[in-house]
Write a protein that binds this ligand. Structure first.
Ligand code: NAD
Length: 408
């Protein structure tokens, strides 16, 4: 591929599930003709109908006129196989989260597509370099991590592989702009910026359920701080079963104490909003999360069975542990060069994870507290709760010279 700027004129999407549908609309809305492939023809047919429905709904709502809806829909065509998409400039893959499957698809596409075409994966966490290694064009492979629902959520994480060319990143950034996204470039690590930080944050929330808190209390504290949703409401929206099934498939992580509440909920078919029950109850057709005493009873039972001596967890402790878990991981991401700036991390959390806008993002919030203060608070947690709170090296270094993440 030459080093000259490259504009994506035609694209293809592989996978017509939740994410594929939103991504196809992002492209079509930005004026990019898109061909759509799914190995399940019924799924593709349903997905085309659902895109048409979404546009019809937008017309009824007065957001776009009929001519615009027709033009957008006309840009979306079903493709029978990979051979039919050989002329596109970009393919975005959004099939199941499975490395071998993604590698197989990338290998096949690599053999068929024109040499300058870019191959992107919408994986939430998998290794982009391992996907790129299945091709002979790793310099033209990258992650394009959209958030659900992809046609609505503003954030786009653009994941740079070890060999991704700058010109390929620029093409992706250009496309992000045309789609009206807030694009943030991330290095390649498990979960990239957003989902990597989410792990320790959710881990603290889950641990506190076992130690004495209830889901509604944890969510109330974080929503009180200004988050659009607390972690348990978020799991209900995403589907508690996704991680449960992934743990089952991988055969790891299912015995960890902190996922036992999730496991029990899933065994009861309480997958979240989509099944009417999860951490909360939902009346048919409603997205209103209602406190469910059965869930409190289940949390109590699981923690007692695991031998926890429950104690009162204060709102201050809930906030401290969840926020400091985010900040400490964010600092590691920054010191490793996965994120280019603290501001980028904040953009990810503001636009993809419902962090309160008035606090400026987790890193800006930490700067407002003062990093010397954050450092002390992490050390205090480390003394009480162990090594997982060991402060990121960068926090100590910046605190020592009176600087913040933003000064770096
Ligand atoms: P999904 O299960 O809704 O859809 C997957 C689609 O891929 C299905 O339509 C299936 O028929 C199709 N498919 C499977 N194998 C195929 C193949 N060999 N060729 C063509 N099509 C094939 O999945 P999803 O939730 O849309 O997730 C897709 C990807 O996006 C995953 O990597 C996931 O981790 C990632 N992701 C999901 C979310 C989310 O909230 N759902 C958010 C960000 C990223």
């Amino acid at each position: 591929m030459s080093q000259t700027p490259f504009t994506i004129q035609r694209a293809a999407v592989i996978g017509a599930g939740t994410m594929g549908r939103g991504i196809v609309m992002c492209l079509a809305n930005a004026g990019v003709p898109v061909q759509w492939v799914d190995n399940n023809p019924q799924m593709l047919e349903q997905a085309l109908a659902s895109v048409a429905d979404t546009y019809a709904h937008s017309v009824r709502q007065g957001r776009i006129d009929q001519a615009e809806a027709d033009a957008r829909l006309a840009r979306v065509t079903a493709a029978a196989d990979y051979a039919a998409i050989r002329e596109v400039d970009l393919v975005i893959e959004a099939v199941y989260e499975n490395l071998e499957l993604k590698q197989k698809i990338f290998r096949e596409l690599d053999g068929l597509l024109k040499p300058e075409a870019i191959l992107a994966s919408n994986t939430s966490a998998l290794d982009i370099d391992a996907i790129a290694a299945a091709t002979r064009r790793p310099q033209q492979v990258l992650g394009l991590h959209f958030f659900s629902p992809a046609h609505i959520m503003k954030l786009l994480e653009i994941v740079r592989g070890a060999q991704t060319l700058p010109v390929v990143l620029e093409a992706a950034l250009g496309l992000g702009k045309r789609m009206g996204k807030v694009s943030v470039v991330s290095g390649n690590c498990h979960g990239f910026i957003g989902n990597r930080m989410l792990r320790p944050y959710v881990l603290e929330a889950r641990k506190m359920l076992l130690e004495g808190a209830y889901p509604y209390q944890v969510d109330a504290v974080l929503q009180g701080f200004g988050f659009a949703m607390g972690p348990f409401r978020m799991y209900d929206v995403v589907g508690i079963d996704l991680e449960w099934r992934a743990r089952q498939l991988a055969g790891i992580g299912q015995d960890a104490p902190e996922v036992q509440v999730d496991n029990r909920l899933c065994e009861l078919g309480r997958f979240g909003q989509k099944s009417g029950n999860g951490y909360y109850h939902y009346e048919p057709g409603s997205r209103q999360a209602e406190h469910d005493v059965e869930v409190d009873a289940l949390v109590l039972k699981v923690s007692e069975e695991l031998g926890f001596q429950r104690r009162e967890i204060s709102p201050e402790e809930i906030l401290e542990r969840c926020l400091l878990a985010l900040v400490n991981e964010g600092a590691k991401i920054l010191q490793e060069g996965i994120a280019e700036s603290a501001h980028d991390i904040d953009l990810v959390y503001l636009n993809g994870y419902g962090f309160p806008a008035d606090k400026g993002g987790p890193m800006a919030w930490a700067d407002q507290q003062g990093l010397a203060d954050i450092h002390q608070r992490l050390l205090a947690l480390e003394t009480k709760q162990g090594d997982q709170w060991n402060p990121a090296r960068l926090i100590g270094e910046l605190a020592a010279v009176g600087k913040g993440f933003a000064d770096r």
